[in-house]
Design a protein around this ligand. Structure first.
Ligand code: NDP
Length: 447
């Protein structure tokens, strides 16, 4: 696919020339601009007001040095980022990623996607993202704490409960959020909901830990139902074994599926009897160990070192690890093996070629912006609870999350239908997410 609309093609060419090395960011923008063609053609004010040009340029990028001292007493230096992409509909909101692969392109693609995702939740949150190339794997708790404290010592001046509210992402879970929050409070002397994903003892929301994985399954369930299918009796493969993957496993299992394979970056496990998510919790959240440890709990299961999880035959595939993990060859194998639905838990896990193949071959496809929006939606619910100084019950938050995901599905499906692309949820998500941001930007003038 290529952008056909002349105005959008020209805007994209300019962006590509200015950011030639940012391949993930360009990939994310191209995918969105392609779907916005009919909208831009129907609404001349978008071009007249330079909405697209403004949308693709972050409002602010902060890059900073993060010096910290390791356990051997040696000084280490990492690079920190916060991209405040768009605040048209609310304070910037989006996670912090700690992974050695982090660079400006990855943070910009995540921040850009976050604009539309946050808009889809129907909650008042703008788009942002941040992180560092620090690798928490193999570091002691004290090293992680010293890194987080140093990171926040710069970040604190750019964020706040009404300005920018970061959360977790790859490599940032409850432990890291705790250290970051402690340092923010210490520097600012303000106890406010400046981060989400907090522990329950200091302002966290019940069900936030589960929210992205649960939300993914609620969305997938709507997509399946609309096509006469369900999780009941289905074989599910979930990539990753982190926060999103673990709770996607829990909800898919509760909805009647059998999760037969999960992985980490070393290899995958296969258990035809169904992978118990509480074992994954123990391995990943408590022991911080590798997925092959599963064999200690279930000796009959198989572990395939370096294997490709998409080779495991399944009915439903839920990519929940990282960007561009599901490629064209993988999509082909999934189709050959009879897979009928792919729904994204990670951000941009499928390459454009894989998505095109799935759509052309009648495989149901749920795009990340919509299907993994449950995490940020529940983060926004955490912000509401912090403002009210109240905590809602697990059931109340989960029910709201469920309602939000059902609505997101309906809005994506309706937007796709309205612009003559019935069933194309990827295009529908982009259009429905864009709509509200565009209205707000038009109303607020050139800023
Ligand atoms: P975690 O750090 O909890 O888990 C990430 C999992 O993915 C780990 O199993 C990790 O394996 C694997 N993984 C990461 N990078 C790679 C890689 N390059 N190759 C293979 N496996 C990899 O992260 P989350 O579960 O929070 O996030 C997963 C995805 O979901 C990301 O794309 C994130 O942006 C997205 N997301 C997360 C949300 C949340 O609320 N947490 C909300 C919305 C989206 P290993 O341990 O070996 O690295």
């Amino acid at each position: 696919m290529a952008i056909k609309n002349e105005y959008l093609a020209e805007v994209y060419a300019g962006l590509a020339a200015r950011n030639a090395e940012q391949k993930e960011f360009l990939q994310a923008v191209e995918e969105v601009l392609e779907s916005l063609e009919p909208v831009v053609e129907a609404r001349p004010e978008i071009q007249a007001q330079g909405i697209i040009e403004r949308l693709i340029e972050p409002e602010r990028i902060i890059m900073f040095r993060v010096p910290w001292v390791d356990d051997a007493g040696k000084v280490q230096v990492n690079r920190g980022y916060r991209v405040q992409f768009n605040s048209a509909i609310g304070p910037y909101k989006g996670g912090l990623r700690l992974h050695p692969s982090v660079n400006l392109s990855i943070i910009k693609f995540l921040g850009f996607e976050q604009i539309f995702k946050n808009s889809l939740t129907s909650l008042p949150i703008g788009g942002g993202k941040g992180g560092s190339d620090f690798d928490p794997k193999g570091k002691s708790d004290n090293e992680v704490m010293r890194f987080c404290q140093s990171f926040m010592t710069e970040l604190y001046r750019h964020i706040g409960a009404d300005t920018d509210v970061p959360a977790g992402d790859i490599g940032v879970g409850a432990r890291e959020i705790g250290y970051l929050f402690g340092q923010y409070k210490r520097i600012k002397n303000i106890y406010e909901g400046v981060l989400t994903g907090k522990g329950l003892s200091y302002g966290g929301s019940l069900a936030r830990t589960q929210a992205t994985g649960f939300g993914l399954c609620y969305f997938t369930n709507e997509m399946l139902k609309a096509n006469g299918k369900s999780f009941e009796g289905a074989k599910v493969v979930i990539s990753g074994s982190g926060n999103v993957a673990t709770y996607a496993n829990q909800k898919a299992t509760e909805l009647g599926a059998t999760v037969i394979a999960m992985c980490d970056s070393n290899g995958y496990i296969y258990d035809p009897n169904g992978i118990d998510y509480t074992i994954i919790q123990e391995i990943k959240e408590v022991r911080r160990a590798r997925i092959k440890t599963y064999l200690e709990f279930v000796p009959d299961a198989q572990y395939v070192e370096g294997g490709n999880i998409w080779n495991v035959p399944c009915d439903i595939a839920l990519p929940c690890a990282t960007q561009n993990e599901l490629k064209l060859e993988d999509a082909r194998v999934l189709a050959t093996n009879g897979c009928y639905a792919v729904c994204e838990g990670a951000n941009m896990p499928s390459t454009p070629e894989a998505i095109a193949f799935l759509q052309e071959n009648g495989i149901l496809f749920g795009p990340a912006k919509a299907s993994n929006a449950g995490g940020v939606a529940t983060s926004a619910l955490e912000m509401s609870q912090n403002s009210e100084r109240l905590s809602w019950s697990f059931e109340e938050v989960d029910e709201k999350l469920h309602g939000i995901m059902v609505n997101i599905y309906k809005n994506c499906a309706a937007a796709a239908e309205k612009y003559g692309m019935p069933g194309n949820l990827a295009a529908g998500a982009n259009i429905a997410g864009f709509d509200k941001v565009c209205e707000a930007m038009l109303a607020q003038g050139v800023c």
